[in-house]
Design a protein around this ligand. Structure first.
Ligand code: 13P
Ligand code: SF4
Length: 343
């Protein structure tokens, strides 16, 4: 019996250019070896409309595949090997709650523009499209927040408060101009008085993995390993980003490690599949790359070779991912705004 690896490769060859497999950097090595294109969220979103394949298999988490559906060409079928691979942070901002809170804020007479981190549901992106807002990724959050601030009186940034604060720090938005809002009770607990004075209203969501990194871990590491460099993903808390030597998207972290000189010791604060891959890739150059703390994304790990093979074996009869026409149309508006602004 041939291995999973061989069976997947045989099917890939059989489908030829009818199939494209995309993978996020957090996927395991066993999955990544089968992808045609690997990237961060922005690169993957940009890739979709360049693909002519009839079937696109998206190895990542659900919101990424949903964005692919919104951006796909007519007739193109988007599949995800495990539909249970969701991003818990995206679930922290249910679309109805977002719309309720946004409406309550606008009822106070200010034009509040919604800006959703790409780690959000397609329904939330559709709310952003409908209300004149857009989407951002960790790679373009600064440009997109600057843009959103110019479109109205204030910005509702969601769901990641850490990315919101870190981006606000880059733009020198004073802490007195920011408010982490209370979203409980359908927005009835909003402090309208404080919200009136804030330019940046932050949804109280965070990624459990990145929120688990601590400034004290960096401080302890610097004492134990003088000369160590530390780079982090901007979903980490503000204190972690401030204590680091650099922060950016997964592709930024990859480039940082590639460009570091031989002999560099680099601690990376992000999902450990990626960090371990970087460690192996640069070992021969004498670079020591290791996780600041070994934290894995269990949702990214739901895509494995077994599930990828099961999907490929039935691809022509598999039901592709779909969104309602409304959600497709309005989430595409929000996504295309981002792609246009950051072209
Ligand atoms: P990137 O856009 O940097 O790839 O990050 C996606 C993500 O889910 C980080 O947790
Ligand atoms: Fe979501 Fe965090 Fe996993 Fe990224 S690492 S997909 S933000 S849970």
């Amino acid at each position: 019996m041939s291995s999973l690896n061989e069976r997947i490769e045989t099917l890939r060859a059989r489908y030829g250019n009818r199939l494209a497999i995309l993978g996020h950097h957090y996927q395991s090595d066993e999955v990544i070896r089968h992808v045609d294109f690997q990237g961060d969220s922005l690169e993957l979103a940009r890739k979709i409309d360049t693909l002519s394949a009839e079937h696109v298999v998206f190895c990542g988490v659900y919101f990424m595949a949903e964005s692919a559906v919104a951006l796909a060409r007519p007739g193109q079928k988007i599949h995800i090997p495990d539909a249970q691979a969701t991003c818990p942070m995206a679930e922290m901002a249910p679309a109805q709650r977002v719309e309720d809170v946004l409406t309550a804020l606008r009822d106070d007479g200010r034009l509040v523009i919604p800006l959703a981190y790409v780690n959000s549901t397609a329904e939330v992106k559709a709310v952003c499209g409908l209300y004149g807002g857009s989407v951002c990724t960790s790679a373009n959050a600064k440009v997109m927040l600057e843009w959103a601030l110019q479109q109205g009186d204030a910005v509702l940034f969601l769901p990641d408060k850490n990315l919101g604060h870190n981006t606000a720090n880059q733009l020198n938005i004073d802490t007195t101009e920011r408010l982490e809002i209370d979203i409980r009770d359908e927005g009835r607990r909003l402090d309208h008085k404080k919200a009136q004075y804030a330019r940046l209203l932050l949804w109280p969501g965070a990624c459990a993995i990145h929120h688990g990194f601590k400034k004290s871990q960096i401080q302890a590491l610097r004492l134990a390993r003088p000369g160590v460099r530390v780079v982090v993903h901007p979903e980490c808390p503000q204190g972690v980003v401030r204590a680091a030597d650099g922060a950016g998207s997964t592709s930024y972290l990859i480039k940082y490690c590639a460009n570091a000189p031989a002999g560099a010791k680099i601690a990376v604060a992000t999902e450990c599949n990626l960090v371990n891959r970087l460690a192996a890739r640069h070992k021969a150059e004498g670079k020591e790359i290791f996780p600041l703390k070994p934290l894995a994304c269990s949702n990214m790990a739901k895509t494995n070779e077994e599930r990828l093979l099961a999907l490929l074996e039935n691809l022509d009869t598999a039901t592709p991912l779909s969104l309602s026409d409304d959600v497709t149309e309005h989430s595409r508006v929000a996504l295309e705004r981002m792609l246009r602004i950051c072209a």
